[in-house]
Design a protein around this ligand. Structure first.
Ligand code: 1PR
Length: 540
């Protein structure tokens, strides 16, 4: 078997890349020291995370010169995500740490006055002309997750001999991938980009830089697609099997016999939704408030198995917090817990209860950042884009905004006593405990602490099939710059169309309607496309 050498000196989910490479019939060897770089024949350099953190470690470990020499030797080299960023001269993310300077440009932060940052989701990588570079196609979409990018200035990189693939986010056109001689580097994650990404990896490994473009089935649309996420609430049922379940307003037991609803097996379901075209799959361990994740090895195994065949981003939630390990009688920091999940194939972790506690402490300490919360430590090590905060709010009706100190909205849906206003109280432990803390307070605090995305559930709407809570979504979107995923209440394809048309939410998530087989993800996407929205087409 041919061998590809992987350099992953910092943080990230490397398992998916290994899986993707092995699927193509290559063996992976690890570069463990700067001396190993010289021995490699084909090298991949891949990272997620913070530019300064990664480049700092990279320099300190002595990799800069060996990697530069490797590139100059003409042997095939590929950089992914921070792996492309490292090739530039520097980044606004940390101006004190220089890049390798292989490519003459600098990274800038996306402008968040008109759109969410980080840029998360499926976007293009278009090369002008009628040739395909390393299997990139203008009708395909690729998975990006980053806050910094090189703005595209026509001709600039081309004058240095680079072929450039571009993408557009809002009004900004940026560099999605570059190729020259022996080097290919992508801002997107090919290993998370389904069959389209596999094609790029395959072309690189086979050294097929230029190929004629095939006839395109449909005209190409540039820009970020609408993101559809399938969510699997997972727990052990009374028979001890790990099952996908689904509650009504968080109650997952059948009304007649009190059994935990069993809607299928987690890995099989994830695979099914991947093949239907889900843009991401989220697993929530909903009994994590009881079990320590360290004992909860089945969830780690679910991720290992799912990441072997599901080549889109995987999020895991439930129990991401500092945890007591009875086996060693020590407290395992949340960062270590998250690392277990990242190593098992997760791309993002989702933090629920612990985020509420951290946000409450943030206000109690006059908005001080301690650097010690789960959000801060994981975000620092893996990048903000790897930290989702899952919010479980429920409505509290009030007669007037003056009746509470919380952020109220005027609602079109009156309360039981005809109240015209409500606020959303945060809950913890799967909705079991309600806090005197509102959702706007929470999301603004976790954004300041370094969260990269909000998964916005709604207990009132969960399992009702009555559509998303648009009022809640609008108020949260108005409070933060980071992307927001709408969740709870989806019952049909029109509910997805409605949430995208009537709010500026970044992604939408469904659970029950998919699990019960009432709708497939593919049908939802076809409906959205019919309504004029851009969606990612599933490629075989
Ligand atoms: O607090 O960090 O340990 O995380 C626990 C996680 O488990 C949180 O993300 C919390 O939302 C989730 N969770 C806990 N209990 C439940 C439950 O249902 N009993 N599920 C639960 C949350 C909500 C969504 C659901 C959408 C869409 N489920 O995941 O998928 O509401 O459903 P629908 O489309 O069928 O309406 P921690």
């Amino acid at each position: 078997m041919p061998t590809v050498h992987l350099l992953d000196y910092a943080a990230g989910n490397i398992r998916s890349l290994v899986n993707a490479i092995e699927k193509l019939g290559w063996e992976v060897a690890w570069i463990e020291s700067p001396e190993d770089v010289g021995k490699a024949e084909v090298s991949h350099h891949r990272d997620a995370g913070h530019f300064g953190h990664c480049l700092g470690q990279f320099r300190d470990a002595g990799y800069v010169e060996p990697v530069k020499r490797f590139i100059e030797s003409g042997k095939p080299f590929m950089g992914i995500c921070v792996g492309i960023q490292a090739l530039f001269e520097g980044s606004a993310e940390n101006t004190s740490v220089p890049g390798l300077g292989v490519i003459r440009s600098r990274l800038e932060r996306f402008n968040d006055s008109e759109k969410s940052v980080p840029h998360i989701g499926w976007n293009s990588a278009n090369v002008s002309g009628n040739q395909s570079i390393y299997g990139l196609r203008p009708d395909s979409k690729y998975y990006y997750v980053h806050s910094y990018a090189v703005p595209y200035r026509k001709g600039q990189l081309e004058n240095d001999g680079w072929t450039v693939a571009t993408a557009r986010y809002g009004s900004e056109e940026f560099v999605g991938a570059v190729a020259r001689d022996n080097v290919l580097a992508t801002q997107f994650h090919p290993e998370k980009s389904g069959a389209a990404g596999q094609r790029v990896l395959k072309a690189f490994l086979n050294g097929q830089m230029r190929q004629p473009l095939p006839q395109l089935p449909s005209p190409t649309q540039e820009g970020l697609t609408r993101r559809i996420i399938a969510c699997l609430d997972v727990r052990t049922n009374d028979q001890g099997d790990l099952v996908v379940t689904k509650g009504d307003q968080y109650d997952v037991r059948e009304k007649d016999n009190n059994a935990v609803r069993n809607l299928g097996k987690p890995v099989e379901k994830a695979q099914q939704y991947y093949e239907q075209g889900a843009d991401e799959v989220t697993f929530l361990n909903i009994t994590s408030f009881r079990d320590t994740p360290l004992k909860d090895l089945p969830m780690l195994e679910v991720l290992r198995q799912a990441s072997a065949t599901v080549f889109v981003p995987l999020t895991i939630g439930g129990g991401i917090r500092d945890t007591h390990d009875p086996a060693t009688n020590r407290t395992v920091p949340a960062l270590e817990v998250a690392t277990l999940y990242f190593k098992s194939g997760a791309d993002k972790v989702s933090i629920g209860s612990d985020a509420v506690t951290a946000a409450e402490q943030y206000y109690a300490s006059n908005k001080t950042l301690t650097g010690k919360t789960a959000i801060e430590t994981i975000s620092e090590a893996y990048g903000a884009q790897a930290v989702v905060v899952s919010v479980d709010p429920k409505r509290v009706y009030v007669a007037s905004p003056e009746a509470t100190s919380h952020h109220t909205i005027s609602t079109a849906y009156r309360g039981p006593k005809g109240e015209k206003y409500c606020w959303y109280a945060c809950t913890i432990r799967g909705g079991r405990e309600t806090r005197d803390f509102d959702v706007v307070q929470l999301v603004t605090a976790v954004e300041a602490l370094g969260a990269g995305e909000i998964l916005l559930n709604c207990i009132d709407k969960d399992g009702t099939n009555s559509g998303f809570d648009l009022e809640l979504i609008r108020s949260v979107k108005a409070a933060v710059k980071i992307p927001v995923i709408a969740s709870s209440g989806a019952g049909n394809a029109d509910h997805f169309a409605e949430v995208f048309q009537q709010t500026n939410v970044d992604a939408a998530l469904g659970a029950g309607m998919f699990h019960r087989g009432e709708w497939t993800v593919k049908q939802v996407k076809e409906h959205l496309q019919h309504q004029g929205s851009m969606v990612r087409r599933f490629e075989e």
